[in-house]
Write a protein that binds this ligand. Structure first.
Ligand code: FE2
Length: 207
């Protein structure tokens, strides 16, 4: 099962990957653009791993990891970065295009999370992850290209250090929520303690 909230056995290993997101994103000095670009590079790496893997279990874990990371990334952009961009730069076209692209990606993420094991094994997972990869590649290019949102943000008077700190804080909260959910469901499903408790103590600053 691909959905991280179903308590299937892959949830525990996927939270291990998720913990990596938290630890690698916890460098305090990243400005908003560095942080968001870091998210982009990380998920691109996972897409590449997915495409080169022929291990069905690993692919399911990667799909969960990718979906969780992209959900958090889209949330922090929509809650914090995009509104700040719109307020400072006033470019409604870029803003609305980015939101539309997120909505498209969220539909595919939802479809991945709804897959049952037979569908995933039958090639549907590959097809959907490939579709998601193409959408995200396009979205990343739009954000990072000259005269794209990141370029315009860097040339504006946005306080990218301060916004970076807000993004970082919110990202940690959302990652923690994702992992708590997965850990809780895993504990309910197996009677085992969720391993993520340890990771949280190691990687997540006190809140
Ligand atoms: Fe993005």
């Amino acid at each position: 099962m691909v959905n991280s909230n179903t308590g299937q056995s892959n949830a525990g290993r996927s939270t291990g990957r998720g913990a990596k997101v938290v630890s690698s994103g916890s460098t305090a000095s990243l400005d908003a653009i560095e942080l968001l670009k870091g998210d982009h590079r990380q998920v691109e790496g996972w897409f590449a791993e997915f495409e080169s893997s022929d291990d069905p279990m690993e692919k399911q874990e990667l799909a969960v990891t990718i979906c969780q990371a992209l959900t958090v990334h889209a949330d922090i952009e929509e809650e914090i970065f995009y509104p700040a961009f719109l307020a400072a730069v006033g470019d409604e076209d870029l803003y609305e295009e980015a939101i539309d692209e997120h909505d498209e990606a969220k539909d595919v993420i939802e479809a991945i999370e709804m897959l049952d094991d037979d569908e995933a094994a039958g090639g549907r997972l590959d097809a959907l992850v490939l579709q998601l990869s193409a959408l995200i590649r396009h979205h990343v290019q739009e954000e990072e290209q000259p005269a794209g949102m990141f370029d315009k943000a860097q040339k504006s008077d946005m306080d990218l250090e301060e916004i970076g700190a807000q993004l970082e804080q919110r990202k940690l909260e959302l990652m923690s929520d994702e992992e708590t959910d997965a850990g809780y469901d895993e504990a309910v499903g197996t009677g085992a303690s969720p391993e993520i408790e340890e990771d949280d103590e190691d990687d997540t600053p006190a809140r």
